[in-house]
Write a protein that binds this ligand. Structure first.
Ligand SMILES: Nc1ncnc2c1ncn2[C@@H]1O[C@H](COP(=O)(O)OP(=O)(O)OP(=O)(O)O)[C@@H](O)[C@H]1O
Ligand SMILES: [Mg+2]
Length: 407
């Protein structure tokens, strides 16, 4: 088959009209079952249209409950409306994902970009950067709505005093005004925040409850109408994706991911209908992706430990003692001329791998009061090799093993 055949075939999908409607960043024209949160946030932000600063908002709820989608939806609508009428003061909005921008510098740089202020990517001190943002806001006269998304991960990384600093910036930017929308999926976060931050951040709170299965069905059906060809979905596909999402803390993202992946799998099989089996396969494939991502994000030495476990398992050994594992680790480190960690540190890494569910370990008593750890791999070796095959430092070794393994 040549390329044009491949492209033609892709063109004539028997499953999708337009799969981009299932993409995670697509915001539909309506968000079913989020009317209350939309209206609530809309009412708070509406004061910007008459030139007064909206209250800060604290939005919280489990993952996949529509927090980011609602914040984008409402602020897009606000900007659209403000472009049509004459507002007394111009409005600017910036959504900052603080998991991706996880230093004070990056958050401030994002705040600068939201008001078209050019700042160097690195090099300034945080204090200097902050001063530049403040001075830019002073010379303008705007209402600046800053959405700090996923603030729990920022707080974990850099503590909560920076968040406090941001909430206080409003006092220094006259005549401009700033409102903060803080979003988190850590339900306990509000209780654990420093009371000063809490009182400055949550003038208003909006809670996002978990979606129930029927609500997820509505959300999926709305997307399916535009994304899938008529009759491309078996009747039980949407209820099944919704049921899985509902069981996993009412997560719309999970349900949508399942639906999209199931469609892709059915299409790859050359079918013209998505069935429940495809959803099962999608679930497995997404779980696999999750594990691959988890492995890729490990520290280098943890990857080496996993690699030793995988190599042993391929050679038919299910279990290693900690001594054997560390010896294998040393072997690889010698091979690549890497710096070895102390045994104490390696023990910590083994505990972390155990917590991440990638390995399991049992303490076994041996004669004379001695004890040793027996370590088992909980993931297929194939997955580990697959995850590490493009690792800059381990890729070569992995591909060599892969070559022998497949041969
Ligand atoms: N009511 C809804 N209608 C249509 N799509 C929705 C709705 N709620 C959520 N979604 C979609 O589900 C996915 C997850 O939603 P969103 O990203 O807003 O979740 P979140 O609450 O921000 O989760 P997290 O805490 O993990 O960031 C997105 O693709 C979003 O468009
Ligand atoms: Mg979000």
């Amino acid at each position: 088959m040549d390329l044009s055949d491949i492209f033609n075939k892709a063109n004539k999908s028997k499953i999708f009209i337009d799969r981009s409607y299932l993409r995670p960043d697509y915001i539909p024209k309506e968000l079913p079952h989020r009317e209350d949160m939309i209206n609530g946030m809309g009412m708070i932000l509406a004061s910007a249209l008459s030139g007064s600063r909206p209250s800060n908002v604290f939005a919280f709820g489990m993952t996949g409950t529509g927090k980011t989608a609602v914040a984008k939806y409402v602020t897009n609508a606000l900007l659209e409306h403000s472009s049509k009428i004459k507002t007394p003061i111009p409005i600017a909005v910036k959504l900052i994902n603080t998991r991706e921008n996880d230093t004070s510098y990056r958050v401030l740089a994002e705040m600068a970009s939201g008001i078209n202020l050019k700042v160097p990517f690195t090099g300034l001190s945080v204090a200097e950067l902050r001063a530049r943002v403040i001075s830019a806001l002073r010379t303008r006269n705007i209402i600046y709505i800053v959405i700090l998304d996923e603030i729990d991960s920022m707080i974990k990384k850099i503590g909560d005093s920076f968040l406090y600093q941001i909430t206080r910036m409003n006092e220094e930017i006259n005549p401009s005004q700033m409102s903060i929308i803080g979003i988190t999926n850590d339900i306990q976060l509000s209780d654990n925040l420093d009371p000063r931050i809490k009182s400055s951040l949550d003038d208003e709170q909006i809670f996002f409850p978990q979606y129930k299965a029927e609500e997820l069905q509505d959300i999926l059906s709305q997307r399916a109408r535009v994304a899938f060809l008529p009759d491309a979905l078996d009747n039980d596909v949407i209820p099944y994706c919704a049921a899985i999402g509902a069981r996993e803390h009412g997560d719309a993202r999970r349900s949508l991911d399942l639906l999209r992946r199931a469609g892709e799998i059915a299409e790859r099989k050359g079918k013209n209908k998505v069935t429940k089996d495809d959803v099962e396969d999608a679930r497995e494939s997404l779980d696999n992706d999750r594990i691959v991502d988890a492995i890729k994000s490990l520290t280098f030495d943890s990857k080496v430990l996993l690699l030793v476990m995988a190599m042993s398992k391929i050679r038919g050994r299910d279990k290693l003692t900690s001594g054997e594992l560390y010896a294998g680790y040393e072997g690889i480190m010698n091979e690549i001329k890497g710096q070895r960690l102390t045994e104490r540190r390696l023990t910590e890494l083994v505990n972390f791998l155990e917590m991440s569910n990638l390995i399991s370990a049992n303490l076994i008593s041996e004669g004379r009061g001695g004890r040793t750890k027996h370590i088992y791999l909980k993931t297929e070796p194939k997955r580990i090799l697959q995850s590490l095959s493009d690792d800059p430092q381990l890729g070569d070794i992995v591909n060599m093993i892969n070559g022998n393994y497949l041969a």
